[in-house]
Design a protein around this ligand. Sequence first.
Ligand SMILES: Nc1ncnc2c1ncn2[C@@H]1O[C@H](COP(=O)(O)OP(=O)(O)OP(=O)(O)O)[C@@H](O)[C@H]1O
Length: 258
Amino acid sequence: MAFWSKQNSGKKQSVCDPQANPYAVFADVGLAIGRKRILEGLSLTLSEDRVGVIGLNGSGKSTFIRLLNGLRMPDSGSLTLFGAPADQAAPELPRHVGFVFQNPDHQAIFPTVEEEIAFGLTQLGADKKEARARAGEFLARHGCQELAGSPVAELSEGQKQLICILAVLVMEPRLLVLDEPMTSLDALASGRIRDMLFSLPQKIVMVSHDLSHFAGFDRVIWLEDGGVRMDGNPHEVISAYKRDIDRRLGSRPELAVL
Ligand SMILES: Nc1ncnc2c1ncn2[C@@H]1O[C@H](COP(=O)(O)OP(=O)(O)OP(=O)(O)O)[C@@H](O)[C@H]1O
């Protein structure tokens, strides 16, 4: 769950235009953590409704998507989010960008489901009573009313992930960014979440190692060593990615049996 001060959503003139499309423009963006270069030379314009991000472990996917909600800032090049430079947009981004972490335990912080959902509404200015009531209605609208009073810690992984997504959606962000949201879910739970995501009006940028999750996506970006290896039509990018993995396994026969 993202935090920001109410003052940030208050009187100051907004710099972000939530309807801006493209919603993100990367121009030769680079980023180092400590002395290590993680991303280099990223030039991308994001405007599509459904954008997938793929790549091997450590290729920079999570770091890349953290640039979209201000959790990370570039240290070279320029990044424009919702029409504003990323550093200026940052205080407003929690309002426009919902971020769903791979591990729900890194996100959910309130004892009950209803409180978890209500928190976002209080951040948008609702008082606690109103927020609880609206959270209950929101859960009912998504068929989760029976979970309202449940302790988050006692939910299944699939239920936790669903609640984390709903906790972000209740704030009606323009863009939903998801970092491997279905990793620990069984096929049924992950299929349900995928279907739910697909029906949303939000723009979506999603990282996944399960390439079947990108069915129906508009665009897939393949990152390698912190740069773009390929970008475009999902079928073409995913096919090339699979061929690359086959080639790597072929050249390392001992891995082919894993
Ligand atoms: N906080 C950090 N401190 C130092 N290095 C980091 C940090 N976060 C990420 N890195 C490094 O940046 C590189 C890219 O990491 P990142 O998590 O973005 O990759 P990824 O593609 O999301 O990987 P995975 O598929 O394993 O989740 C890795 O080499 C990683 O070790």
